[in-house]
Unconditional design. Structure first.
Length: 480
């Protein structure tokens, strides 16, 4: 049999069903792979070896007794370290939470575990998910498995790297402004940001609550559909969770793109986008056309406000969400503070890294009375325009298609001292976030130095099935 660490979820399941391997053997193979590779890649902050083997044995035992074992039974998964895991360190890659062990599992983790997935560990991220390269982690460095001198993207860089390196069959990330899609693009894997409200955020440490979403990083489109199907659905514990049926994604696969209308927003192919990236993505679009899709261009002028609006709104929400980290209720507490005020100030000054502080300052300013308020209100108006233009384009067309990231993976350290250039890498991903729409990134050829290029497909709210249809058709066309 092949090395199991390179197999799709469906082939792992078939191999187990045929009795060629067991969940325990699969978990052991992935753990061995982590031992072999992760010193160089640095995808994981915590590896839960014993728990993984115990969970895998429990899956094998259920099977042996003929009991149903779940849709992802025995499939090894990695979870971004801002998803709460009961009794297992959940750090958000921050010194502030370096020893935090939540008393409960996030809803997304709970669902996957209930489906039989096996947790291998927790993956690195930019501190509190703020960043695009995973270099803002206070607890470790993650490298791009396609070229170890480069960044994996971010903020779910550990999750993307784990999947790309064969150190997990799939991983979960969170996506506020692109943190699932952009690292997927840079590492050459598939990353899905579902519609806002499709997946419960209960137990995800909040960054910007009006945009945070949880989504899968996988090697194939079909794997992504499988994992999302296990993840989605209403949850009373998250008040923004959608009350509507979801799923049918696996069923949508293989139905092709004949008759689908796909629009390419001009603003996402022009200024700021590397020509080689735009060309690779245009080639991908033409492959879809050859398979029967109709292509056209579309103009969405409000997109020029998307990036500044995103950074103002997400920072404003973060400044409020992160107020809970006061050194009293969670995590690290500064020693020897004279009074309460000093305790808060010292705990936060010691605990948060520079990027998180930058966002808190920016967000607090954008919300403050007087001039500050004008920023937040104007950003809200810009968001409304982006949303309206994207939604109306998606009334006329089934999908929007663009690059995911404006460039291929850059060298570690290259943008570390230039926050604005780091922010620019979110140019094409923030629009779907502001509009609350689903968007997927998938590998689409290579650019400079043979590094992966990501193609993004954005769809109507709750039309993940249409995105998966087109993505799978493209995946097949590229393999031909
Ligand atoms: N790179 C973006 C930011 O820094 C997106 C982060 C995210 O989606 N969590 O805000």
């Amino acid at each position: 049999m092949h090395d199991v660490t390179g197999m799709s979820i469906a082939s792992l399941q078939e191999a187990m069903a045929r009795g060629e391997t067991s969940a325990e053997e699969i978990a052991a193979a992935f753990l061995a792979r982590i031992r072999e590779k992760d010193d160089a890649v640095g995808a994981y902050l915590t590896v839960t070896e014993e728990e993984a083997l115990a969970q895998a044995r429990a899956v094998d035992a259920r099977r042996a007794r003929g009991l149903p074992a779940g849709a992802l039974a025995g499939i090894p998964a990695a979870y971004k370290d801002n998803l709460c895991t009961r009794g297992v360190r959940t750090t958000c890659a921050s010194k502030l939470l370096a020893d935090y062990r939540p008393p409960y599992d996030a809803a997304a983790v709970e669902r996957l575990q209930a489906a039989g997935a096996v947790m291998l560990g927790k993956t690195n991220l930019d501190e509190f998910a703020m960043g695009s390269s995973t270099e803002h982690s206070a607890l470790g460095r993650t490298r791009n498995p396609r070229d170890l001198s480069r960044v994996p993207g971010g903020s779910s860089g550990g999750s993307a790297a784990a999947v790309a390196a064969g150190e997990a069959a799939f991983a979960l990330g969170s996506d506020t402004g692109g943190s699932v899609r952009q690292p997927a693009a840079l590492c050459g894997v598939v990353g899905m940001r579902p519609t806002y409200g499709a997946v419960s955020r209960w137990g995800l440490v909040a960054f910007a609550s009006s945009m945070d979403e949880i989504g899968p990083l996988t090697r194939t489109v079909a794997d992504s559909a499988r994992v999302l199907e296990a993840l989605c659905g209403h949850d009373v514990r998250d008040m923004t969770s959608a009350r509507r049926p979801c799923g049918g994604y696996v069923e949508a696969l293989g139905t092709g793109v004949r008759g689908l209308s796909i629009a390419l927003p001009e603003e996402m192919f022009g200024e700021g986008v590397a020509p080689e990236v735009a060309e690779a993505v245009e080639r991908g679009a033409r492959l879809l056309e050859r398979k029967g899709a109709r292509l056209c261009g579309v103009r969405l002028p409000a997109l020029r406000y998307a990036l500044p609006a995103y950074y103002i709104l997400s920072s404003a929400e973060a400044s409020s969400n992160l107020a809970r980290f006061d050194g009293v209720r969670y995590g690290r507490r500064a020693q020897e503070a004279r009074d309460m005020e000093a305790l808060y100030a010292a705990s936060r000054s010691e605990g948060f890294g520079p990027e998180v502080k930058r966002r808190i300052l920016l967000g607090t300013f954008a919300l403050s009375a007087g001039d500050g308020e004008a920023y937040w209100r104007r950003a809200q108006r810009a968001r409304a325009q982006v949303r309206a233009q994207m939604r109306s384009a998606l009334e006329a067309h089934d999908l929007l298609l663009s690059p995911t990231a404006p460039s291929v993976a850059w060298r570690a350290g290259e943008k570390a001292d230039d926050p604005v250039s780091m922010y620019r890498s979110d140019l094409c991903t923030v629009p779907a976030s502001l509009a609350g729409l689903p968007a997927l990134s998938m590998p689409c050829g290579t650019g400079k130095d043979g590094l992966p290029v990501g193609l993004q497909l954005m769809g109507r709210a709750f039309a993940e099935g249409t995105i998966y249809r087109a993505a799978q058709a493209l995946e097949e066309a590229m393999a031909e």
